[in-house]
Design a protein around this ligand. Structure first.
Ligand SMILES: Nc1ncnc2c1ncn2[C@@H]1O[C@H](COP(=O)(O)OP(=O)(O)O)[C@@H](O)[C@H]1O
Ligand SMILES: [Mg+2]
Length: 247
């Protein structure tokens, strides 16, 4: 996926000031930066989630598999299956665990019970939560712990076979143990998926990300291999941020 000179305006306020970032297939990219630096705004441009916000304007080019995702003929449902999203607050539907994970396939018309069973199990295994929920598949997902709910949300995304998974601070509402389980899940998934995750947790970025992009004031100050960003950043602003001088 590539993005070129992406600007986002909320009304007259320019929140994103010309972002050009490329994402290789597979692996994890972390988007870091102070609160209000437009990390979430940028993440939402990648599957057109900003479209839902009134008064928003997006300019520039974002291409996925060679197609401009902002082209008028883009099928947004299909796009968001290919480029799935996980939010800060776990947001399972008030249904059973099974029905949460089967949701997208059922919408797509899959009725075959065995096929659904197989996809649900596989997605929950990939999200590293199968062992914990396999005896509760028909209980409400809302009865699970926050960390389990978040992994069920990841499974819900995986069930529709995405290529890219976007996550916006997926662990910031979770306790440390649940957060570390999500981190291990993402490390498993990085072999098969392109993962782009916003985090304000610098340790998390350094533990899991292959590449890291540092955002400030709606711009990307620096993007590089994670080790380089943390050990030997090219820009003074990056160094100040990662050494905790602001943010
Ligand atoms: N829905 C919105 N309407 C208007 N302004 C917004 C909206 N969402 C974000 N902004 C503004 O855009 C800027 C970037 O916000 P955001 O992308 O949420 O930053 P971050 O995720 O880095 O904390 C902020 O100034 C914020 O107030
Ligand atoms: Mg944000």
């Amino acid at each position: 996926m590539t993005s070129r000179d992406v600007h986002v305006y909320y009304g007259n306020h320019e929140a994103l000031k010309g972002i050009s970032l490329d994402f290789e297939e597979k692996g994890i990219t972390a988007l870091i930066g102070p609160s209000g630096s437009s990390k979430s705004t940028y993440l939402r441009t990648l599957n057109r989630m900003n479209d839902m916000i009134p008064g928003v304007t997006v300019t520039g080019n974002i291409a996925f598999q060679g197609n401009d995702i902002y082209a008028p003929q883009t099928d947004l449902v299909a796009l968001r299956k290919q480029i799935g999203m996980v939010f800060q607050q776990p947001n399972p539907f008030p249904f059973s665990v099974y029905d949460n994970v089967a949701f997208g396939l059922r919408i797509a018309g899959q009725k075959n019970r065995e096929a659904l069973d197989a996809v649900v199990e596989n997605a929950l295994r990939q999200a590293a939560v199968w062992d914990e929920v396999k005896d509760h598949l028909h209980d409400s997902a809302l009865a699970l712990s926050g960390g389990q709910q978040q992994r069920v949300c990841i499974a819900r995304v995986l069930a529709v076979s995405p290529k890219i998974i976007l996550l916006d601070e997926p662990t910031s509402a979770l306790d440390p143990i649940s957060s570390s389980q999500i981190e291990s899940t993402l490390l498993q998934l990085r072999k098969d998926y392109t993962i782009i995750t916003v985090t304000h947790n610098l340790q998390q970025a350094s533990r899991i990300a292959d590449r890291t992009a540092f955002f400030m004031n709606g711009e990307v100050v620096e993007v590089d291999d994670t080790k380089k960003i943390f050990m030997n950043p090219a820009k003074k602003e990056t160094e100040d941020y990662i050494s905790g001088r602001f943010g």
